[in-house]
Ligand binder design. Structure first.
Ligand code: Q0Z
Length: 287
């Protein structure tokens, strides 16, 4: 029947369904993960915030690159999208030195084959944004790769194209965020190819789950930065002395409420739209 929806897969906090041969449904839950473990407590509306933010950025960047978004559903957490042939690499752009980029730099002085100046500090801004792709690990962590390894996976022509598009997208979104007092430290993009062989931006884009957003007024290079969205959760988990293995701890109401407020703040600051307006009509995210 036309309303039979096949479940295709689960991410840590999202579900993917097939609507038909050409269309998928991406559903963002309110689950939250920290230190790679999904916690037993949900953050109400988190999935709606991330769905709305992603849709907003798809709409804002649609002139730079076509994307997979077809429609937002009335529930505010479900995206109907074009079904694509996904490229087997994560397209990461880094404007600042954090996470695995910082670790690789400390160990080798390079990130994904980009030799960087000596003496950089953790979280410091790079001389210019760099494209630092990674493999898509089925389990465990994605592995950072250099141009040769990336080109071997997608072809030289495609590699050059996703590198150029990823850097353009990062520049566009990071400039906009900077004007709002938010640093986009890095971001992970995913591209697919449509039936005509054209590259299409897919999955989620410029959400706090796929990017590091830092409040500019608290930026202090020389150590890790507080996360825009998850810092309350991380701090609470650290205060328990939890060993960061499954299962994670339940979150108390004040941590849930504070985290929900941070997500909604990020949505409202970045989109300029009141979150209540999004709940009433998710289409407002598309402008
Ligand atoms: C996204 C993922 C999720 C589990 C496949 N437009 C697209 N066309 C084809 N495939 C995908 C997309 Cl977005 C696709 N993922 C990631 C999302 C649950 C895995 F919600 N996998």
């Amino acid at each position: 029947m036309s309303d039979t929806v096949m479940h295709l897969g689960s991410g840590k906090v999202r579900e993917l369904y097939a609507l038909d041969d050409e269309r998928l449904l991406l559903v963002a839950s309110d689950r939250i993960s920290t230190f790679d473990v999904v916690l037993p407590t949900e953050i109400p509306d988190k999935g709606r915030v991330l769905t709305g933010l992603s849709a907003f950025w798809f709409a804002q960047t649609g002139a730079l690159v076509p994307n997979h978004l077809l429609a937002l559903r009335e529930d505010g957490r479900s995206t109907e999208c074009r079904r694509l042939e996904m490229l087997p690499i994560e397209c990461v752009v880094r404007g600042y030195l954090a996470g695995s980029g910082w670790k690789d730099y400390l160990a080798t002085g390079e990130v994904c084959g980009h030799r960087l100046p000596i003496g950089l500090l953790e979280s410091q801004q790079l001389p210019e944004p760099i494209f630092t792709p990674a493999t898509k690990a089925q389990t465990g962590h994605d592995e950072n790769i250099d141009r040769a390894a990336g080109a071997a996976l997608v072809g030289e022509g495609r590699y050059d194209e996703v590198e150029r598009l990823s850097l353009e997208l990062y520049r566009s979104v990071s400039e906009r965020a900077a004007k709002l007092g938010i640093i986009l430290a890095d971001t992970k993009l995913e591209f697919g190819v449509d039936a005509e062989g054209r590259l299409v931006l897919a999955d989620e884009a410029f959400t706090p789950d796929s990017s590091r957003f830092w409040p500019a007024d608290e930026f202090r290079p020389g150590g890790p930065q507080p996360s825009f969205d998850k810092q309350f959760v991380r701090d609470y988990c650290e205060s328990l002395g939890w060993d960061k293995t499954y299962p994670g701890p339940e979150l108390p109401a004040d941590v849930v409420d504070g985290t929900r407020t941070r997500y909604i703040d990020a949505f409202e600051r970045l989109t300029g739209t009141e979150f209540g307006r999004y709940l009433a009509d998710p289409g407002v995210a598309l402008g």
